[in-house]
Design a protein around this ligand. Structure first.
Ligand SMILES: *Cc1c(COP(=O)(O)O)cnc(C)c1O
Length: 444
């Protein structure tokens, strides 16, 4: 593959943008390929190379790169009627109605412009509502580029994970390992009366893909209820992807107090949202006193893209298609691992998938071939990553430096590190899956 054009573009970019990119994860070494355009389930780069795209914008593009006619028409009409107004529009109400109708834990919703803004606002709302300052998050979790969750360390021994964040932010953030029921019990026993909320993804989608073990969500729900704290599900990735329109909370049968959304709900445009029980969400200004506001919030173009995307999904068998392809990828990769890399683990569910280069355990009879679901009867159960630290202990360097570039040369675009999920879209085909599996077979 020739990458001359991308290299020249990166050379120019380095002079005018820090690290040459606008989001850190894009700064693939030695330089990223620059995308010229999308085409269904593929992207074509500035040098004309074509890749099967399983990054899909890091999650927003459930339908792939070619928007259905209804979505395209709605976006073009909105853009041509004047992109935004600073006054409410009907389309915001329609999207809010759609979300509240389908997501069990959501009675009201406030739209914002990114997943980060959603988690910032949800944490502020939880603190304002409970009158408490502390939040509990999972070690290694990602909730966007925000002060309260960019922490490292364990339990109350946390520190900011980036310069520029005062120590005092981290003082209010407690961390526990995902799936460790004992740890979260202990943290509540010690700090329960000061905890405003537990904030977690229902499935860790930004740090491996780690499924909850049996009863973990219920433990979080029971503890938050017992201590008068809120349970916030960050469904920025899983929302409208895992469990279909009911989202992961519907699939797992858990009832969070607040839910954050982003990615898919904006149909490919910048978006975030905070949903939940009316009694809590109405604490946002102007109904309540927890300040929240935004010039671009509820942007008509975004709202139209999100609404028409979700309507299209509701009227077509999109989830059947993407989930079936996801299953074929996961089980196809599992078969390859059994022969070629039996210590590795296939993870994911619905249309999410990944291989984690774990170091121990054998693939064999009875494993969760459709992706690890933390099934205690699975022979691999004890070897499957249960939390962020387990994923860190896998071969992250080999994944990033050897595996990812080789897959790219095979024409398969994966998320460029071991931690972030990959996605199947409605535009992917059986042939894409076959080709990708052939590439896995050659590269693994
Ligand atoms: C992507 C993501 C965010 C941040 O969303 P942005 O739109 O990038 O700000 C927050 N939480 C989760 C779980 C995410 O995957």
């Amino acid at each position: 593959m020739n990458h001359d054009e991308s290299r020249d573009l990166y050379d120019r970019a380095l002079s005018v943008m820090p690290g040459g990119v606008n989001s850190s994860v894009r700064a693939i070494r030695p330089y990223p390929f620059f995308v010229q355009k999308g085409d269904g389930g593929h992207v074509i780069d500035a040098d004309g190379n074509r890749y099967i795209d399983f990054v899909m914008g890091y999650g927003p593009l459930l339908l792939g790169h070619d928007l259905p006619e209804t979505v395209r028409a709605a976006v073009q009409q909105r853009a041509s009627e004047g992109p935004m107004y600073g006054a409410p529009t009907e389309v915001e109400v329609e999207l809010a109605e759609f979300v509240t109708r389908h997501v069990p834990g959501v009675e009201m919703v406030r739209f914002v412009n990114s997943g980060t803004e959603a988690t910032v606002s949800a944490v502020r709302l939880a603190r304002g509502y409970t009158g408490r300052d502390k939040i509990v998050i999972m070690e290694g979790s990602y909730h966007g580029a925000q002060e309260s969750t960019l922490v490292e360390g364990e339990r109350e021994h946390t520190a900011p994970s980036s310069p520029g964040i005062p120590e005092s932010f981290a003082e209010h953030t407690l961390t526990v390992p995902f799936n460790d029921k004992t740890a979260v019990h202990e943290v509540f026993e010690e700090h329960g009366d000061d905890i405003a909320a537990v904030l977690t993804e229902p499935i860790l989608g930004n740090h491996g893909i780690v499924h909850p073990i049996e009863g973990y969500h219920e433990t979080l729900r029971d503890l938050t209820d017992q201590y008068g704290a809120l349970l916030i599900f960050d469904e920025v990735i899983t929302g409208f992807r895992v469990g279909g329109l009911q989202c992961a909370q519907g699939k797992f049968g858990v009832d969070p107090d607040l839910t954050t959304f982003g990615k898919i709900v904006g149909g490919g445009f910048p978006v975030g949202a905070i949903g939940g029980k009316s009694e809590i969400v109405e604490h946002f200004t102007p109904a309540g006193d927890v300040f929240q506001s935004g010039t671009f919030s509820g942007h008509p173009v975004t709202m139209a893209a999100g609404l028409e995307t979700l309507r299209y999904v509701a009227e077509n068998d999109v989830y059947d298609h993407v989930n079936a392809l996801g299953e074929r990828l996961r089980s196809g990769i599992a078969d390859i691992l059994e022969d070629q890399a039996p210590a590795y683990t296939v993870v994911g569910t619905d249309s999410m998938f990944k291989v984690i280069f774990t170091r121990d355990g054998e693939f064999g009879k009875g494993h969760c071939e459709g992706g690890c679901t933390q099934d205690p009867t699975c022979p691999r159960y004890e070897f499957c990553p249960k939390n962020g630290a387990d994923v860190d202990r896998a071969e992250t360097e080999r994944w990033e430096r050897l595996f990812w570039p080789a897959m790219k040369e095979e024409g398969v675009f994966l998320t460029p590190n071991q931690f972030e999920s990959q996605f199947v879209s409605a535009a992917h085909t059986d042939e894409d899956v076959e080709q990708a599996l052939e590439a896995y077979k050659r590269v693994l």
